[in-house]
Design a protein around this ligand. Structure first.
Ligand code: FE2
Length: 263
């Protein structure tokens, strides 16, 4: 199985300028690259911050941009999203439609079981896993303890060293989440967004990772007194390839560069 992960699209309405970030054209270019991949990914996972303000018109614009994507896609909410607006605009995405107050779901039809967790708090940047969401996770994992499983969640369950982002991190439920995950050997990876750059950390005996944004990146600054900034390092996505020893992650850059040059 080959899975592409994109994240933090931050699509905004054309009339609403979000600084100089051209989120739509960046996403269109990333989609072009994904469509051209050979072999083709089986699935594209979008790990949150689909829009910049969680507005219905932004989801409509996102929907028209995603129409160019020639691959199945699963959506997840980030702190910039509004799950209710997402559900309304993506009504044909059956996995999003439930009466749960949180936008969480499990997809069982692939060789890797996909468990999506909602870490968002409406109107806030930081993340949270409350008792109800954690109980759903515990039940869901207990249901299939043997099947290789991917968890996706917007806020990563680890501190990154980028202090200003850590202040907007998963502030509640992290330890309990780690304890639940640590009971299982079948969790291949915890795929996250929010950080707009690639990171890896061991969590509960498995690997948690973050992915570059499709448009802007969070500037890497590990000084405790830093000012949170973004930059235009080359955007990217990740390809998670299910090999004989488990999931292998490839970091992929979107942009123009020379090569390939055969050896
Ligand atoms: Fe983001």
């Amino acid at each position: 199985m080959l899975i592409a992960q994109i994240t933090d699209l931050h699509v905004h309405d054309t009339g609403r300028h979000t600084r100089e970030i051209q989120a739509a054209s960046h996403l269109a270019r990333c989609i072009q690259d994904l469509n051209a991949l050979d072999p083709r990914p089986d699935l594209v996972l979008v790990t949150g911050d689909l829009t910049d303000h969680g507005q219905a018109d932004e989801y409509v614009r996102l929907r028209s941009l995603l129409a160019a994507l020639d691959l199945p896609v699963l959506l997840l909410a980030g702190n910039h999203d509004d799950p209710a607006a997402m559900r309304a605009v993506f009504q044909d995405h059956a996995y999003l439609q439930s009466d749960m107050p949180f936008l969480q779901y499990v997809v069982d039809e692939w060789p890797l079981r996909i468990v999506a967790l909602d870490t968002t708090i409406r109107g806030r940047g930081e993340g949270r896993l409350c008792a109800a969401r954690l109980a759903w996770l515990a039940d869901t994992l207990a249901h299939s303890p043997e099947r290789p499983t991917l968890i996706m969640m917007h806020h990563p369950p680890f501190s990154t060293g980028i202090r200003r982002m850590d202040e907007l991190g998963l502030l509640e439920g992290r330890e309990a989440f780690t304890e639940i995950v640590a009971q299982y050997r079948n969790i291949e990876r915890i795929l996250c967004g929010h950080l707009h750059r690639t990171m890896f950390c061991r969590v509960g005996g498995t690997v948690a990772s973050t992915c570059p944004g499709t448009a802007h990146q969070i500037a890497l600054d590990l000084r405790p007194d830093h000012t949170l900034s973004f930059n235009f390092e080359p955007p990217g996505y990740q390809l998670h390839w299910a090999g004989p020893q488990g999931l292998v992650t490839h970091h992929c850059v979107v942009g123009d560069f020379p090569g390939p040059f055969p050896f």
